[in-house]
Write a protein that binds this ligand. Structure first.
Ligand SMILES: Cc1ncc(COP(=O)(O)O)c(C=O)c1O
Length: 403
């Protein structure tokens, strides 16, 4: 009997030293197309960028290039990577806090660079004066859209840096204002987005702008069991588009100002699973612990705060034998950290050797996992079952310590 892809991957998992990620290319492509359609049907002057840091698997970045999605980067390493993958300066947005590298993009006069503060601005103004290049910059603004905390990024109208920067741009023959940028983390609810769009549009009316880059930070498609765990309503692409592109259309009916978005999570969150093997099941007092061969740091932020969806695939052996009846069990990771918990409250039947599939782990998982006592995991392609990124080895982890 032919094995399904899931069964084949479960078999890989039963033989692998560590768990691994599985990437669903079709889901990622569809997310991009759905988001583009939702926004550009309401506002044609729209450009999508993808936040590399959320998951910079090569295949993901290549698909972005194929689908006409720009690269949004925040560090010199990411910038170099984007260039190596073939993104041209005009297809890269740099929101870094490392001005030297940003400047190289600026000098080419094609890249989008959004500056965060007066010090960056001053260095750029000096560069423009010394090189005689007229430089176009974007200004990252810090907005209060009703969120529960004060962001440290960008410049606020009532802060120390905004006025001096805007006044100097107005007087400086070497610098021109290309646009405004704003990204506010942990601020995914629709009302925040509507307010951000309005505030940004007001800025463009007041100062003029070729583009408004609204950053990232939207929810993406997810199963109901996950959506119900977020406080507040989880918006769809259509609803975000109505809030943001709809607002842009009201302010700029002739669509003269370009709308840019740079989501990561909303595009990539539901495109990856982790397959991990159950290594051990035990009880301590009345609490059952199930330990698997990956850890919470490898599954991303979703694991820190949410009860992530999991499916158990039985091994051949455990189909024949009875598993443990788990009730309110804790699924724990393969590190020595006491609270390396992947999920609490798991109920089902499970046995050593079974495979657990954790869903919706595409965002801030592989790119932000630590190399603490175990190497980072491999990535497989769901369609071809080929490796997209090899697992890290002992040498990757330890070689530099031996030098
Ligand atoms: C400047 C900037 N843009 C975009 C993003 C992407 O955010 P998300 O993955 O929540 O969509 C981030 C995330 O931190 C960011 O800092």
């Amino acid at each position: 009997m032919d094995m399904t892809k899931k069964e084949t991957l479960a078999e890989y998992s039963s033989n692998a030293e560590f768990g691994f990620y599985v990437f669903h290319e079709d889901v990622f492509r569809q997310n991009i197309r759905n988001m583009k359609e939702a926004f550009s049907s309401r506002y044609k002057n729209f450009q999508l960028a993808y936040s590399f840091k959320t998951n910079y698997l090569k295949r993901i970045c290549e698909i972005c290039a194929e689908e006409g999605v720009m690269a949004e980067v925040v560090s010199p390493q990411e910038l170099r990577y984007a260039k190596e993958l073939g993104f041209r300066p005009g297809e890269i947005i740099y929101n870094g806090i490392i001005p030297d590298t940003a400047m190289k993009l600026l000098v080419s006069r094609k890249g989008y660079v959004n500056i965060d503060n007066l010090s960056e601005y001053t260095r750029i103004a000096n560069l423009a004066r010394n090189t005689g290049n007229r430089i176009r910059i974007g200004v990252r603004v810090n907005l209060d859209v009703g969120q529960t905390y004060a962001s440290r990024f960008g410049m606020s109208r009532d802060g120390s840096d905004f006025r001096p920067v805007m006044n100097d741009i107005a007087d400086n023959p070497d610098i021109s204002l290309a646009g405004f940028h704003c990204h506010i983390g942990s601020c995914r609810q629709l009302p925040y987005w509507k307010r951000k769009a309005e505030e940004m549009a007001e800025l463009a009316l007041e100062y003029g702008a070729e583009y408004l880059d609204m950053g990232g930070g939207m929810f993406g498609p997810m199963p109901d069991e996950l959506a119900s765990q977020f406080s507040g309503y989880v918006g769809s692409y259509e609803e975000y588009a109505e809030a943001v592109a709809g607002t842009m259309k009201k302010y700029f009916p002739d669509e003269t100002v370009k709308l840019i978005l740079e989501p990561g999570t909303a595009l990539v969150g539901n495109t990856m699973d982790v397959y991990a093997r159950v290594e051990n099941v035990k009880t301590i007092s009345d609490q059952m612990f199930i330990t698997v061969n990956c850890n919470s740091g490898q599954l991303g932020m979703i694991c820190d705060c949410r009860d992530i969806p999991v499916e158990v695939m039985k091994t051949w052996q455990s189909k024949k034998e009875n598993g443990w009846a788990a009730k309110d069990a804790i699924i724990a990771g393969n590190t020595c950290l006491e609270f390396d918990y992947i999920k609490k409250g798991f109920s089902g039947t499970v046995r050593q050797g079974d495979t657990m599939i954790f869903r919706n782990v595409g965002a801030y998982s592989i790119s932000s996992s630590r190399q603490f006592i175990v190497p980072r995991l491999a990535v497989y392609d769901y369609e071809t079952l080929k490796i997209l990124r090899a697992p890290e080895s002992y040498e990757d982890m330890m070689k530099k310590y031996l030098q």
